[in-house]
Design a protein around this ligand. Structure first.
Ligand code: 16G
Length: 245
């Protein structure tokens, strides 16, 4: 975070200089979302200011939501300082969206396997009575920060081995000639139930976005039905609107 002497940006009161320096350290990636800030005493020594100055800078950053204080365990960089802006006009995958922003992604598997389909899956995926469904459920994260839970269902004919998808479902579908070309997406507000809130590391009842995506091949066949829950405190979904012809 800071080895050696620290050069504060010039101008204004000392606590504002220190505040700007901490913000800059976060933007540079010298300290990451979720990381602990050095202790008040440590910072005061390193930056050569009084502890009162450190406290004042930190308090302002807490008020702005850049830092969070946890009783007894210290001060941390808020889990995510920037909201994710997601276009609603393009059919892209989570991995592609994040790569475009230079954000590292990984997934924690919640479930993957072949199952007897539910009546809803049978209808939506157009399955026949003896078909199986491949279910893949993942918690999707950037760094240590969980962003969304995704539960996808595909026909087992399309995805006979759910483990085969690796890191990206759409990359796998691309390779097997099943990449969807069109999707219908429905977004609904939701208050997060306990299980989902725990996974997304937010308080129970927090705002979430429930998203259903039904994706189609060029032939018109449904290839994917996915229910996702995105964190409401992290995502902005943005669509470009044009005047009608
Ligand atoms: C997106 C889609 C999801 C799709 C996934 C594939 C939404 C709400 N959902 O997250 O339906 O299965 O991308 O991502 O956008 P992947 O290729 O990284 O596995």
């Amino acid at each position: 975070f800071a080895d050696g002497p620290v050069q504060l940006p010039a101008g204004g009161p000392l606590y504002l200089q220190l505040k700007r320096w901490i913000e800059d350290a976060i933007h540079r990636g010298a300290i990451n979302p979720g990381d602990a800030l050095p202790s008040e005493r440590d910072l005061a020594t390193r930056v050569d200011v009084s502890r009162v100055t450190v406290r004042k800078a930190v308090l302002h950053l807490v008020k702005e939501g850049v830092l969070v204080q946890r009783h007894g365990s210290g001060t941390f960089v808020a889990p995510l300082t920037q909201r994710v802006e997601q276009s609603l006009s393009q059919l892209t995958s989570f991995t592609e969206d994040m790569a475009r922003r230079g954000m590292a992604v990984h997934a924690e598997w919640l479930d993957r396997g072949l199952y007897a389909p539910s009546p809803e899956e049978t209808v939506i995926l157009g399955l026949s009575s003896d078909d199986l469904v491949a279910r893949i459920a993942r918690l999707r994260l950037t760094g240590d920060t969980p962003l969304a839970i995704e539960r996808a269902s595909l026909s087992a004919r399309t995805l006979p081995d759910p483990e085969a998808i690796g890191d990206s479902l759409y990359t796998h579908l691309d390779k097997t000639g099943n990449r969807p070309t069109r999707a219908i997406q429905r977004i609904r507000a939701a208050n997060l139930a306990e299980e989902d809130a725990l996974l997304l590391e937010v308080p129970v009842g927090s705002a979430g976005l429930n998203i259903e995506r039904t994706s189609y091949l060029a032939s018109g066949r449904v290839i994917e039905f996915t229910r996702s829950i995105y964190r409401g405190d992290t995502y902005d979904f943005v669509a470009e609107l044009r005047i009608g012809e």
